[in-house]
Design a protein around this ligand. Structure first.
Ligand code: C5P
Length: 334
C-alpha cells in the first residue's frame, strides 16, 4: 500500500493522522510531544513516539488474538501505524483496578487501594469542558451520544480487555492500575477499539516495587521518564515474543456455577406470599410473618474471568431474570 504524505487530516496532542490512498485506512504518526492536565503542561519525551507506536501495535495484536475487534491494521515504521478509519464515539472509557489519579482526588481515597471490583467509567471527550465524568443518563438523555445497549457493550468489552491486560502484564511483572479506551464505528458499522494503547494512556506500576512506569513520571516530575517508557517497551516486547506467547485460549477455560435468587421487593405487594402466609397461620404456624415467594435460577457460565461472568449475570438479571422495578435479586457465583 503506498502512503500519501500530505498535511495531516487531524493533529492531536501526540499523534498526527493522515489519509492514505485507501479511503478506509488512515496513517497514525506518533510524535514525541507530551501533554498533561488537559494540555496545561507540555513537553517532549525522547523517542516516546517510537515506544508508543510499537507498544500499541503489540497490544492491539494481543487483543486481536483474543477476538477483540480493533482498528489496528499494521505497523509500517517505528512511529507509524495503519489503522481503520472510524467514527469515534466521543466517550473516554476509563477502567480502574487500583485507585490513582482523578479517582483519588474526587473521592479522597489513598493512591494504591485495590478496588473491590474493576470499575469502568465514562468521561465526555471534550477538552473545552475538561473531559467531565458522565453518568449513564447524561450519555443517553442529556448528550444523547448513544443508547443503553451500546453502553452495556462498551462496559463489558472494556472489562474483558482489562482481564486480558491484567493477565498479560502480570506475566511481565507489571500491575495495570488504570487505562483509557476509545471506541468507534468502522465503515461496516462495527463498533471497534481505536486510539492507542501505551504508557500515555495507561498507569503501569512495577509489580514488586510499585515504581511508576508511565506518563505519571512526566505529570508528577518524577524523572527518568524516557527510561520508564523504554522499560515498558522492553517488557511488552518480551511478553509478546513467540516463545512466551500469551495464551488467549486460557482465558476461556473457566466454568462458574451461578445461583440467582429473585424475590419481590420489601414494599411490593406479593399476593402469593400473602396467601401462603395466611394458609400457614391457619395451620397453626402463627409466629411467621413477611412471607415472600420468589424463584431461584441456577446455571453454569464459561468465562475467562469471574468479574466479567458476574457482570454478565447482572445484565441477565436486569434484562430477563428479574424485574428490577419490583424484584430484588442476589447473585452467588462460584
Ligand atoms: O486522570 P485519571 O485518573 O482519570 O486517568 C485514568 C487513566 O486514564 C490514566 O491511565 C490516564 O493516563 C488515562 N487518561 C487518558 N486520557 C485522558 C484521561 C485519562 O489517557 N484524557
Amino acid at each position: 500500500m503506498s502512503i500519501a504524505t500530505s498535511k495531516p487530516l487531524y493533529s492531536g496532542k501526540a499523534k498526527d493522522i493522515f489519509e492514505t490512498e485507501d479511503p478506509n485506512i488512515l496513517r497514525a504518526y506518533f510524535r514525541d510531544s507530551a501533554t498533561a492536565f488537559n494540555a496545561q503542561k507540555k513537553g517532549e519525551i525522547q523517542d516516546k513516539g517510537k515506544v508508543n507506536a510499537t507498544i500499541s501495535a503489540l497490544l492491539f495484536q494481543l487483543l486481536e488474538q483474543s477476538k477483540i475487534k480493533t482498528h489496528f491494521v499494521k505497523q509500517i515504521s517505528d512511529r507509524e501505524l495503519l489503522v481503520k478509519k472510524v467514527s469515534i464515539i466521543p466517550l473516554e472509557i476509563i477502567v480502574r483496578n487500583i485507585a490513582a489519579g482523578s479517582l483519588c482526588k474526587r473521592l479522597g481515597i489513598k493512591e494504591g487501594k485495590l478496588l473491590k471490583e474493576p470499575i469502568a467509567e465514562f468521561s465526555y471527550k471534550n477538552d473545552t469542558l475538561g473531559d467531565p465524568l458522565l453518568t449513564r443518563k447524561y450519555i443517553t438523555s442529556a448528550l444523547e451520544i448513544t443508547n443503553n445497549e451500546t453502553i452495556d457493550y462498551l462496559i463489558s468489552e472494556s472489562l474483558k480487555i482489562n482481564e486480558i491486560f491484567k493477565q498479560f502484564f502480570l506475566g511481565i511483572g507489571i500491575k495495570v492500575v488504570d487505562f483509557k479506551l476509545e471506541f468507534g464505528y468502522d465503515k461496516d458499522k462495527n463498533l471497534i477499539l481505536a486510539d492507542e494503547l501505551s504508557p500515555d494512556n495507561f498507569r503501569f506500576w512495577d509489580a514488586k516495587t510499585n515504581e511508576k512506569l508511565d506518563k505519571d513520571r512526566f505529570r508528577e516530575d518524577l524523572g527518568n521518564v524516557e527510561g520508564a517508557y523504554q522499560e515498558m517497551l522492553k517488557r511488552v516486547k518480551e511478553g509478546t515474543k513467540q516463545d512466551h506467547k500469551f495464551q488467549a485460549s486460557t482465558l476461556n477455560a473457566q466454568s462458574f456455577k451461578v445461583r440467582v435468587q429473585v424475590l419481590p421487593k420489601q414494599d411490593i405487594l406479593d399476593p402469593q406470599g400473602q396467601a401462603v402466609e395466611k394458609a400457614l397461620k391457619s395451620l397453626g404456624f402463627t409466629e411467621i410473618k413477611d412471607v415472600k415467594i420468589g424463584k431461584e435460577v441456577v446455571f453454569e457460565i464459561k468465562n475467562g474471568s469471574k468479574d466479567i461472568a458476574k457482570s454478565q449475570v447482572k445484565e441477565m438479571c436486569e434484562k430477563l431474570l428479574a424485574n428490577p422495578v419490583i424484584e430484588d435479586y442476589k447473585i452467588d457465583i462460584n
